[in-house]
Design a protein around this ligand. Sequence first.
Ligand code: CAA
Length: 387
Amino acid sequence: MAWALTPLTEEQREIQKVAREFALAEIAPYSEAWDRDQYFEPAIVAKLGALGFLGMMIPEQYDGLGLDTLTYLVALEEIAIVDASVAVMLSVHNSLPTQMLLRWGSEEQKERFLKPLARGELLGAFALSEPEAGSDAASLQTQAVRDGDDWILNGTKAWVSSGTKGDVILAMARTDSPDDRRGARGISTFIITPDLPGFSIGKKEDKMGLRASPTVQLRFSDMRVPGDRLLGQQGNGFIYAMQSLDNGRLGIAAQSVGIAEAALRHAVAYAAERKQFGKPIKEFQAIQFKLADMACRVASARALLHMSATAKDRGERITQFGSMAKLTASETAMWVTTQAIQIFGGYGYVKEYPVERLFRDAKVTEIYEGTSEIQRIVIARELYSHT
Ligand code: CAA
C-alpha cells in the first residue's frame, strides 16, 4: 500500500525510502511513550536536520535540499504514518517560517535565519492565532508600535505548534494604530526569537492528540523587536500568512493521509488475524466493505494531494487546491481512523493498540491551519472568483 498515484521519479522514491527507514528506526520505537508523556524529543530535530529534512524546499544556495513540493509531501507522509506529532513539527517548519523567509526575507534575514533553519540548527514556528482570533485571523490584536528604529510588541499568540522549542517564530501583529484600523491590511509579520526582552512562553496545552508536539501560548510584554526583524512590507503580513497557509495546508493534508494510511494498514492486519464465529473477520463482508471504503478514501485523498502539489510546482495559484486537499484528507483521516476503531472493537478503544492514538491525532487536522468550515468557505469563494 501507500502507492503513489502520481508516478514518482527515482529521486522521489529514494527520498521516500529514506523517510520511511528513518521513521521506522528512529521514531517508531518511541512514539507511544512520547505521546503518553507529552514529550518532544529535540534529538529528532537534529537527526532530521542532518538528513536535510528541515530545508526540503529551500534552494541549495540557502543550505536546503532544493526539492519540489511533491517530494517533500511524499516524505512527510512517511513520517506521519509513524508519528503525526513529528510530522506536524516538520510540516510547520518546512511550509511556513522557512517559506516565508525565502519568499519575502531580505538577503540579510536569509543569511541569519533561513540558512540555519534549512540546516536544521534552528527550529521554526508560526504565530498567527490568538485567544480571541482563530478562524477570524484578521481580527488579531497583538499590537506593534514604532519606537525609533525598533518595534514594541504587546499581545498573546495562541496554539503555536513547536512553541516551546521554536528558535525563529514568524509572528503576525498589528502595525496600524488603534484610531486608524485597516483590517487585514493593518497586519505585519515579524521575525521573533526567544532571546528578545519581553518574550515569554505561556500556557502549554494539554491536548487530546498530537501530544508529543508542544502547543503553547506566547506572550509579548513590551517586547523590543529590532527594525530589521520586519518581514517584507509593512501591512502585508496577513497576505503573507494566507499565501503561506495555502502551502501549509498541503503539509497538513500529507500528515492526514499518513494518519489514514496507518489506520488502514493496522485494520487490514488486524482483520486477518482476529477470529470471530470461527474465521478471520476479514472474511465477513461487513469488514471487507469497510476496508474497501477506507482504501478508496485514502487513495482519493492522496491523489488530490499529489495533484495539488504538482499544480504548485508548476507555479499555479493553489488557494483552492490547498483547501480541497486539506479538507478531503483531514476528513478522510477522521473517518478512516473511526472505521479502524470499529474493526478493532473494544481493542480499538484502549491504548494497547495503535489505532486509539491515530484517532486522537486525526481530530486536530480538521481544526488547525483552518477548520473544515473555513476550508469550505475558501473553496466556495474560489468557485465564484473565476466567474
Ligand atoms: N492568498 C493571497 N491573498 C489572500 C488569500 C490567499 N490565500 N486569502 C486572503 N487574501 C487576501 C485578500 O485578497 C485580501 O486582500 P486585499 O486586502 O488586497 O483585498 C486580504 O487577504 C483579506 O482577505 P479576506 O477579506 O478574504 O479576509 P477575511 O478576514 O475574510 O478572512 C479567511 C479570510 C479565509 C477566513 C482567513 O481568515 C482564514 O484563512 N482563516 C483561518 C485562519 C487559519 O487558517 N489559521 C491557522 C492558524 S496557523 C496554525 O494552525 C498553524 C499550526 O501551528 C499548525
